[in-house]
Design a protein around this ligand. Structure first.
Ligand code: PHE
Length: 341
C-alpha cells in the first residue's frame, strides 16, 4: 500500500509538469488528491492492514497529499501568469494609445454673442424681457404706429400664418408693446432678445430668421442724450474703448426722432474694405425716441413719460468678429462649422 501511494505521488508530479491549462489541472487534482481521488481510495482500504501498520500508511498518505496540494497551487500560479502574458500578447491592448475622447456640447456662436450682450446690458441695469415669436398684426405693426395699409409695413417682408391677422414677428419691437402694457405706469429698462422672421430670399447676407436684441427705456425725463450716451457706453464695452461710432438720421414709424448707429469698421479700422463696402462704417443698430403714439398704446401718457428704444442684430457682429462669410452657416446646423467655436 505504501508503494501504491509512492506511485500515485510520482505519477502526479510527472503529470503536473505537462499541464498547461486550468481545466486539465482541475481534472488532475480531483483524480489524485480530490475527495474521491486515488489517495482517498487507498485510505479506504486501510482497514485491511494489520493494526500496527495502519498509522504509518495513514501518515504517509497525509504527507503525500500535502506535498501534492502545494505542487498543484504552484502549478496553478504558473499557468495563470502564462495565460495573462498570452492574452496581453494576443489581445492587442496597447495601453499607450490615447483614450477615446467624450464628445462635449458647446454653445452656438449666436448664443455666445447673445450672452456677451446680455452681460453688458445687465451691468447697465437692463433686464431681459421675453415676448412671443407669433404675434398679431396689431402688435407687430398697428400699435407701433403702422396702421393697416401703411406703406412702412413694406420695410418688413412678413410671414403670415394661415390664421387671419397672425404672423411671425418681423422684428422684436412688438415686445415693446407687451412690456409697456405690463409695466405701465412704472419705469421700464429692459432688453428683448429673440428670433425674428423675414420672408426673404436667402442669400449669404440675409436669412429667413435671425436674432435681434431690442432695448427699451421708459421713464420721466428720458432724452435723446440718454439714448446716445447709453448706446455709446454699450459700444465701448462691446467693440472696445477706441472704436469710433456715429449716429445717422433715419426713419422708423415707432420712433421720433430716429437714428441708425454705425461703428468704425472693425476689420479695416475705417480705412475702407469690402466688408464695409469702402465706407469705413458698419451699421449696428436702429434706434430712436419712442414715438408718443407708441407710448400711449403701451399705456403711458406721452406728456409725462418719454423713452428710447433700439434694435440690433447680433449675428452681424458675430460674423465680423469671427470672419464668417455666409449667414446661412448659423442655422444650417453643420457641426463642422459649429465645432469651431
Ligand atoms: N425694429 C427695427 C428693425 O427691425 C429696429 C428698431 C428698433 C429701430 C427699435 C428703432 C427702435 O429694423
Amino acid at each position: 500500500m505504501l508503494q501504491q501511494l509512492e506511485e500515485i505521488r510520482q505519477q502526479t508530479i510527472v503529470a503536473l509538469e505537462n499541464v498547461l491549462d486550468l481545466e486539465t489541472l482541475q481534472a488532475l487534482h480531483s483524480q489524485s488528491v480530490g475527495k474521491k481521488g486515488q489517495i482517498t481510495q487507498v485510505l479506504r482500504m486501510i482497514g485491511q492492514l494489520l493494526p500496527d501498520e495502519r498509522p504509518r500508511v495513514g501518515q504517509r498518505a497525509n504527507e503525500i497529499r500535502q506535498e501534492l496540494e502545494i505542487a498543484f497551487s504552484e502549478r496553478e500560479s504558473i499557468i495563470k501568469s502564462y495565460e495573462l502574458a498570452r492574452s496581453l500578447e494576443e489581445g492587442a491592448i496597447d495601453v499607450t494609445l490615447p483614450g477615446r475622447s467624450i464628445a462635449t456640447g458647446k454653445l452656438h456662436p449666436a448664443t455666445q454673442t447673445l450672452r456677451r450682450i446680455y452681460k453688458i446690458w445687465a451691468e447697465m441695469g437692463f433686464q431681459v424681457y421675453r415676448s412671443p415669436d407669433v404675434v398679431d398684426d396689431e402688435t407687430n405693426f398697428t400699435l407701433l404706429n403702422m396702421p393697416a395699409h401703411h406703406p412702412a409695413r413694406d420695410m418688413w417682408d412678413t410671414f403670415y400664418t394661415t390664421q387671419e391677422g397672425i404672423l411671425l414677428r418681423t422684428h422684436t419691437s412688438p415686445g415693446q408693446i407687451y412690456a409697456m402694457q405690463e409695466y405701465a405706469p412704472e419705469p421700464v429698462r429692459i432688453i428683448l432678445p429673440g428670433m425674428v422672421y423675414r420672408y426673404e430670399q436667402v442669400t449669404a447676407r440675409s436669412e429667413l430668421q435671425f436674432y435681434q436684441v431690442e432695448g427699451l427705456a421708459v421713464g420721466r425725463g428720458i432724452r435723446m442724450t440718454d439714448l446716445k450716451g447709453t448706446m455709446t457706453a454699450f459700444a465701448r464695452r462691446y467693440f472696445g474703448e477706441e472704436r469710433k461710432m456715429r449716429f445717422r438720421c433715419s426713419h422708423f414709424p415707432f420712433t421720433e426722432p430716429s437714428v441708425e448707429i454705425d461703428i468704425e469698421c472693425i476689420l479695416c479700422d475705417g480705412e475702407g474694405c469690402n466688408v464695409c463696402k469702402y465706407t469705413g462704417w458698419l451699421e449696428i443698430a436702429g434706434a430712436g425716441m419712442v414715438h408718443p403714439v407708441v407710448l400711449r398704446n403701451g399705456g403711458y401718457d406721452p406728456t409725462v413719460f418719454s423713452g428710447f428704444a433700439f434694435g440690433m442684430g447680433p449675428e452681424r457682429s458675430t460674423m465680423l468678429r469671427h470672419g464668417i462669410e455666409d449667414i446661412r452657416y448659423f442655422w444650417g446646423n453643420d457641426l463642422r462649422f459649429l465645432e469651431q467655436f
